[in-house]
Design a protein around this ligand. Structure first.
Ligand code: 13P
Ligand code: SF4
Length: 341
């Protein structure tokens, strides 16, 4: 099977300019013109093949703008993508995001074929904890339920009572009706959740390799040097969260922009997010941080094309693991979404 780098490159046709006029306008100022002429043939080829296959492309908000705006059918945060996997009609899903997101889609929609364009698209949080670690935590804290952030492997979810995302973490923790929970694996998200609930949290030491890099000094510099409003993802260190105007998940930040309509903003999170929001908020000036998630960046247009053409890389989860992980994810979906953090 040829690798995506050896795929025949779709060629430019002048008609693409008019066929994709709306997309070109949306990407104006976000993707350099030169790249656009390289990307449009891929976008066109993917959209055609996607229709032929009856596939749905789900893309996380951290995907590159040409994917987010050019080929995705449904975009959003990890909670929205998990919900979309269960609700969309297609038998084939191409998940443009990282591996745990594709696994969640497969667990929730076991009869569908779920493809991820690059199997190596991982996550430092998911890599920070194993199912054995969860079992050891349970042994150390008998009777204390486990809440696992969706940024975990299927095996870890299978060992958990319930999952959460950054969009519903407080609500999920409180839904259990207990005074203590084990919260894994993100220490910073856990510390932030602990501030918003009376439930005591036993934390793990996982960190997002992208969000942990932000410093309070950088944030102060952005405020003073660029006169911006600041919003940060709760995966950032506590001293960063202490400096900003708003702390919230990917989707909460977007709703905060709708409410606040700041003239100028810096989103202290993965930087593709600002690129993707710019088209929706043309009146807002985004001062961009430059922390990109290397795992999200592994997803490319040629990779998506290859996934659709060759049905690769199919994500599978052993049935016994999937059944237990589904119980934890389904409990989360029943709790729903509440943007308290
Ligand atoms: P969301 O749950 O906000 O989509 O975040 C997922 C993620 O990987 C953040 O780094
Ligand atoms: Fe994982 Fe961080 Fe990348 Fe999100 S941004 S996928 S938490 S490494």
């Amino acid at each position: 099977m040829p690798s995506s780098t050896t795929l025949p490159v779709p060629v430019w046709r002048d008609e693409l300019e008019s066929e994709y006029a709306a997309l070109i306008a949306r990407l104006d100022g976000i993707v350099p013109c030169l790249e656009r002429t390289l990307q449009l043939p891929w976008i066109d080829a993917i959209n055609k093949l996607k229709r032929q296959r009856g596939a749905t492309i789900l893309a996380h908000s951290y995907q590159a703008p040409e994917i987010f705006h050019g080929v995705a059918d449904i975009t959003g945060d990890s909670l929205a993508l998990a919900q979309a996997a269960t609700e969309c009609d297609s038998q084939m899903i191409v998940l443009c995001g990282v591996h745990f997101m594709a696994e969640s889609a497969k667990i929730l929609a076991p009869d569908k074929m779920v493809l991820i364009p690059d199997l190596e698209a991982g996550c430092s949080l998911a890599a920070s904890i194993t199912a054995d670690d969860v079992r050891a935590l349970r042994a150390a804290h008998p009777g204390v339920p486990v809440v696992s952030y969706v940024n975990t492997s299927a095996e870890v979810k299978a060992e958990s009572d319930i999952c959460c995302t950054s969009a519903n973490a407080v609500q999920v923790v409180e839904s259990l009706g207990v005074d203590k929970v084990i919260f894994v694996p993100d220490r910073f998200l856990g510390a932030h959740v602990a501030k918003h609930t009376r439930v005591r949290l036993v934390l793990w030491h996982g960190r997002c390799e992208v969000h942990e890099k932000f410093t309070a000094g950088e944030v102060r510099h952005a405020r003073e040097g660029f006169n911006v409003k600041l919003a940060a993802h709760p995966e950032c260190p506590p001293e960063v969260l202490a400096e900003v105007d708003f702390v919230g998940s990917t989707s909460a930040m977007e709703r905060w922009l709708v409410r606040e309509q700041p003239a100028r903003v810096a989103l202290i999170t993965e930087c593709s997010m600002a690129d993707n929001l710019r088209a929706r908020f043309p009146a807002i000036e985004f001062v961009k941080p430059c922390n990109l998630c290397p795992h999200m960046q592994r997803i490319t247009l040629p990779g998506i094309y290859a996934a659709l053409r060759d049905f690769r890389h199919e994500v599978t989860v052993p049935v016994a693991i999937a059944d237990r992980a589904r119980a934890a994810l389904t409990r989360m979906l029943a709790v729903g979404r509440q943007e308290t953090v």
